[in-house]
Design a protein around this ligand. Structure first.
Ligand SMILES: [Zn+2]
Length: 206
């Protein structure tokens, strides 16, 4: 096939004149076929199957990560929240509702806390700092209880341990931990919104 220089439509290679507009196409360049038309069909099938397998692994992998690796669920929800509450993609900062956005983001990210109660170092250090008495460190254990036959509850027990004696000092109230996490998420959300504003300014000044 070659393309008519006049009307840009395709004509068979052996045509001398465009079948649409009649222009001289003897010296027209042969059409460069798009990539997906040049590769053999089996390569396309292979790519498609590979892609599907890749997506499947990604889904299963992220599900496993959410349920098993500490802090992943909070992180995933924080990222989703950042997209949902307009931190990313970079949109024009619109007025002074950043406080409400940050609160919304914090509430959203807090849902991650119910999925991954264990948290991670980033989330648990402030809890340790604010709630554990001096000289103790935060650690947690899973409490597996069977309140009724056939039911199993796994809850997290956040306990401050004495660093020198290795004995438990106090077990923390989970609502206080959620409260501290909420404040953390709020601050984090506010920082993200602030960064967006800064990036927006830089982008528009350059
Ligand atoms: Zn033509």
């Amino acid at each position: 096939m070659k393309t008519c220089n006049n009307c840009l439509r395709s004509n068979p290679d052996d045509f001398n004149h465009c079948r649409y507009c009649g222009a001289d196409i003897r010296y027209a360049e042969p059409v460069k076929r798009p990539f997906w038309k040049r590769v053999p069909a089996w390569v396309l099938v292979l790519l498609m199957v590979g892609g599907l397998i890749g997506i499947w692994f990604l889904l299963v992998g992220s599900f496993l990560a959410i349920t098993t690796i500490e802090g992943v669920a909070s992180m995933v929800l924080l990222i989703l929240g950042a997209i949902g509450f307009g931190v990313v993609p970079l949109r024009a900062p619109d007025g002074d509702n950043n406080v409400f956005r940050a609160i919304g983001l914090a509430f959203f990210a807090l849902m991650g806390a119910s999925l991954d109660q264990t948290g991670n170092t980033l989330y648990n250090k402030p809890v340790e700092y604010f709630l554990c008495p001096a000289g103790t460190g935060l650690d947690r254990e899973e409490i597996i209880s069977n309140p009724l036959p056939g039911t199993t509850y796994v809850t997290q027990d956040f306990t401050c341990w004495d660093k020198s004696t290795g004995k438990p000092v106090m077990t923390l109230n989970p609502f206080k931990i959620l409260g501290i996490r909420f404040v953390e998420y709020f601050i984090l959300g506010y920082i993200l919104l602030g960064l967006r504003f800064v990036f927006w300014r830089i982008k528009n000044n350059s």
